[in-house]
Structures are given as structure tokens and as C-alpha cells.
Design a protein around this ligand. Structure first.
Ligand SMILES: [Zn+2]
Length: 262
């Protein structure tokens, strides 16, 4: 086996372990009505049904879920698919930046950390319809470091960062302000600004358009299959971070493809 394959496998395992911690954050983080976040990280994870404390063998990322056949060892109630899903996605998103950007590329490691926060935002908003600030602060910090390095390496110009940030959050700011948070929330505005700061112009446009398209398609599917109405709350941050992730890796390709016929 080549040394690269071994590193990719180790990277995947590392990512899956981080994913297992992300699951804890996604499940235990509570945000009060006044916006105060509270997370209790003490105590072992328990089965949500019978409160049985999980042993070390029940906490192995992905594998425990498979060996337990997706059921609690004691009460046999089903374990949520979200656990292994987050761990697998976290593993894959650790490998992808290393694969595309290379082991010696500082961007790869920053992108991996950014993607870990994207995963938390994706699943937390999906479950609770709120973008947690506790994930946005470290995201802001990582994106700042990312941008400073990009500016220093002349991989982006300041003007494009500025325009990207304005576009990234500006449109949502107007939407939220005039709809009084009916169509989307302030969390989406903050996230929008951060994604603009991350992707810069013109990529932020690609990302946001893609988020709207994915969001519209998924909403129509939900309306068709689940009898949700147009008024049902659909979280938007998952589409935003999904589109931003795709744009981070394939943004240039998408732009080239789109303008090929012009
Ligand atoms: Zn149980």
C-alpha cells in the first residue's frame, strides 16, 4: 500500500473522530430564546431512550453503529442515522482537501477546520432551525486567517473580498429586514457575510445561486412527498454551507462551464 493511501486512511479516521465530537456538540448544545448558548460536555453519552451510559466500545465512530446494528445494546431502540452520517462526512471532508490541495498546502488544513464547522452548522440548523453563534465565532477567526494568507500570497485581491462580503450578507440582510425574519433569520445573514469573506467575488455569487437552487429543489421535494406547505419552516444554512463547500473546490470549474457558451 502506498504511503499516500495510509495517510488518507488516517486522515479519514481522524475526521471521523472529530465527527463524533461534532455529534456531541450538535446534540448537547442548547440555545435559549434570548440567544444564550449552553453546552454540558460533562458526563458520558447516553441512549436517549433508556439513558444507558455508552461504553467505550459503543463510542467508536461509525463501527459501533454497524456492530450494534443501529440499535441500542440495552433497549434495542434505533440509534439515529445522524451519528454515523456526521462521522462519515467528517472523515470524507478531511480527505478531500488533502487530496485536492496536497499535504503540504496550508490552505488544505484551514479548509478542513472550516468544513468541520460547516458540518456542525449544517446539522444544527437542520435540527433546531438556528445557526449557532458558537460555531460562527471560530469560523470567522479561521476565515480571517485564510484571507490574510490568501492576500499575502496574492491569491485574492482585497476589493474582491470586500465585494464578496457585501454580496454574501447584503442580500440576506435586506431580505431578513423587510420580511421580519419570515424567509430567513439573522443567523443566515451572519453566515452569508462570512461565506462572502471566505469565497470572495465572484465565487460567492456561484455559491449563493447554487444554495437557492438546491434549497428550492429540496423544498419542492418536501412539499411533494411530506405534505409540507410553502409556509413550513425550511432551514437555509444547510444549503448555504453545502453550496459553499462545492464552490470552494469546484467554483472555478462551474464558472468556466457556465460561461463556455458566451
Ligand atoms: Zn437504550
Amino acid at each position: 500500500m502506498s504511503i499516500n493511501i495510509i495517510i488518507y486512511i488516517l486522515a479519514f479516521i481522524f475526521g471521523a473522530i472529530i465527527g463524533s465530537f461534532s455529534n456531541v456538540v450538535i446534540y448537547r448544545l442548547k440555545i435559549a430564546k434570548n440567544g444564550k448558548a449552553n453546552i454540558n460536555l460533562s458526563g458520558r453519552s447516553k441512549c436517549p431512550h433508556c439513558k444507558k451510559e455508552l461504553t467505550i466500545f459503543e463510542l467508536i465512530p461509525i463501527l459501533s453503529f454497524v456492530f450494534l446494528s443501529a440499535r441500542c445494546a440495552k433497549c434495542k431502540k434505533p440509534i439515529s442515522w445522524q451519528y454515523p452520517l456526521v462521522e462519515i462526512i467528517s472523515g470524507i471532508l478531511t480527505v478531500i482537501p488533502l487530496y485536492f490541495l496536497g499535504f503540504s498546502n496550508i490552505y488544505a488544513y484551514l479548509v478542513i477546520l472550516i468544513l468541520y464547522l460547516f458540518i456542525v452548522i449544517f446539522f444544527y440548523d437542520l435540527k433546531n432551525f438556528i445557526v449557532p453563534d458558537v460555531a460562527l465565532y471560530p469560523l470567522f477567526f479561521l476565515i480571517l486567517v485564510f484571507d490574510i494568507i490568501k492576500l499575502a500570497k496574492h491569491d485574492v485581491i482585497l476589493l474582491n473580498l470586500f465585494i464578496g462580503t457585501l454580496i454574501g450578507g447584503g442580500l440576506f440582510l435586506i431580505l431578513v429586514y423587510f420580511s421580519r425574519e419570515k424567509w430567513m433569520g439573522w443567523g443566515d445573514v451572519k453566515l452569508g457575510f462570512l461565506l462572502g469573506l471566505l469565497l470572495a467575488y465572484p465565487y460567492i455569487i456561484v455559491s449563493h445561486v447554487m444554495a437557492f437552487i438546491i434549497g428550492a429543489v429540496i423544498s419542492l421535494i418536501l412539499i411533494g412527498f411530506r405534505g409540507k406547505t410553502l409556509k413550513s419552516e425550511v432551514p437555509f444554512a444547510p444549503f448555504l454551507v453545502l453550496a459553499a463547500t462545492i464552490t470552494l473546490f469546484w467554483g472555478q470549474m462551474i464558472i468556466n462551464w457556465y460561461f463556455r457558451g458566451f
